[in-house]
Design a protein around this ligand. Structure first.
Ligand code: F0G
Length: 442
């Protein structure tokens, strides 16, 4: 078995050394993926091994990514070091109130916000940073709507590499910006949007030899594919009917599809779940392309807008991979409004779970897909929450106090609002407020 980089364009299919520093195919410009021709595993014994590693104190075994390293053979684990913060190990959380809200009988969230830096990016970054270490890269860079940069800054610090971060000025949450600063990244706020900065950074990486850790880096997606492996391991390999996930640059759904296909080919599962991607209305190029009658050219959204800034992306790099994986699984793409995202987020909060705005697109999209009859109320659905509730506290405060507005300035109703109340330092008055606010509630 020889790991290699392979162009995903069927007509090209060029292969390159796994150690070439490439993000796209030099021959045709297509996206690349890590491929392991001839990889074969004995499913019962490898599943047992993965389960046993949960009892181990070895760093590699404690990571919810590297625990599945038989599926990540781009590194030589005898010789290579990995940069790990014990990422993954994220829970499956049943959420009856959210199920009810979406019209489902039951619903389980796979909450990637429980990662070390609070998002699913850590699953991918441990692999990207470790490949950077293997390649002896000194400087790493990314453009980000916030979570990738927080994650890259942390993993670069762990790996002893210098992180350089490019952010769309004014359009990332303070929680995420704060993380980048705290982890010590050189942070550049560019007066442009994500798509424009990504084009800029690709040129800079080429010119300066800085290692790019955006999701077009194939090793990032290798790590993110293990989110599906861990989810199935946690469900004793019982395959759900649907996996629902928000889509921005579309790396995550591409990684999920690849991981699931590999598990199927290796005989670890016997069917694929359907993949449903949810985009925000103002940043939904894949939705519009997927449902257009004559597909023709992929048309990016030139001025993407959404308060769910993590998915404020109009020209998603990984759309060809995502399209393939969604169609291959028999899945679909949905789009949701700002109001739908905000309300779904409040419901996830009321489950005691919470998430950042982009993650809530998942529940909002699921509700729509159930209403449309695409997903049946009794089906088995895993909805992926991508980021932690504390990533964007400003959004939360505004929603609950009736101050949240769409990017075009329209009011967002505080449907499930829970505004704080100011009370005097007076036990009688406070008792009266309690009675008035809680009534007969226990
Ligand atoms: N949810 C969250 C919380 C995200 O941060 C992102 C992407 C997505 C969903 C979408 O995932 O791009 O793989 O389709 N954030 C990137 C960033 C773009 O820079 O942090 P995707």
């Amino acid at each position: 078995m020889q790991a290699q980089l392979k162009c995903i364009q069927g007509a090209c299919g060029a292969t390159y050394s796994i150690d070439d520093v490439l993000y796209t195919c030099p021959r045709c410009g297509g996206l690349l993926e890590a491929s392991y021709p001839g990889l074969s595993l004995d499913p019962p014994s490898v599943k047992r091994l993965w389960r046993e590693r949960r009892m181990s104190n070895l760093a590699l075994d404690q990571s919810g990514v590297w625990r599945y390293r038989e599926l990540l053979p781009f590194l030589d684990f005898e010789r290579d070091c990995v940069a790990t913060l014990r990422e993954g190990n994220t829970p499956l959380l049943p959420a009856p109130q959210a199920a009810h809200y979406a019209g489902m009988q039951s619903l389980v969230f796979k909450h990637q916000g429980y990662n070390p830096t609070g998002s699913f990016k850590d699953n991918g970054m441990t692999c990207g940073a470790s490949q950077g270490l293997h390649l002896k890269m000194g400087r790493v860079a990314c453009v980000s709507t916030g979570n990738t940069s927080a994650s890259m800054a942390a993993y670069a610090a762990v790996a002893g590499m210098t992180p350089i971060i490019f952010l769309p000025h004014g359009n990332i949450s303070f929680g995420k910006l704060a993380q980048a600063l705290e982890y010590g990244a050189l942070t550049l706020q560019v007066e442009a949007n994500f798509d424009q900065i990504l084009a800029l950074v690709r040129v800079l990486a080429e010119r300066t030899g800085i290692y790019l850790l955006n999701s077009m880096n194939p090793f990032r997606l290798e790590g993110q594919k293990t989110i599906m492996v861990e989810m199935l391991d946690q469900r004793d390999w019982h395959v759900p009917d649907w996996v629902v996930v928000p889509g921005g640059n579309l790396g995550n759904v591409s990684a999920f599809g690849k991981g699931l296909r590999e598990l199927l080919a290796l005989g670890c599962i016997d069917r694929l779940p359907k993949l449903a991607v949810v985009q925000a209305d103002g940043s939904a190029p894949l939705h519009d392309y997927f449902h257009s009658k004559e597909r023709g050219e992929f048309r990016p959204v030139t001025n993407p807008e959404t308060l769910a800034t993590a998915i404020r992306i109009g020209d998603p790099v990984s759309w060809p991979k995502a399209l393939f994986e969604i169609e291959n699984s028999g899945g679909t793409v949905e789009r949701v409004t700002e109001q739908e995202i905000a309300d779904a987020k409040a419901i996830i909060g009321r489950c005691g779970i919470g998430c950042e705005p982009a993650s809530a697109a998942t529940l909002a999209g699921l509700k729509k897909l159930v209403a449309a009859g695409t997903i049946q109320p009794g089906q088995d659905v895993v909805a992926v929450l991508t980021g932690h509730v504390l990533k964007d506290p400003d959004y939360i405060y505004r929603y609950h106090t009736g101050q949240l507005k769409t990017p075009s300035g329209a009011a967002i109703a505080s449907t499930y609002g829970n505004a704080p109340q100011v009370v005097p330092n007076d036990p009688d008055r406070i008792a009266a407020v309690l009675e008035e606010s809680l009534g007969g509630r226990a």
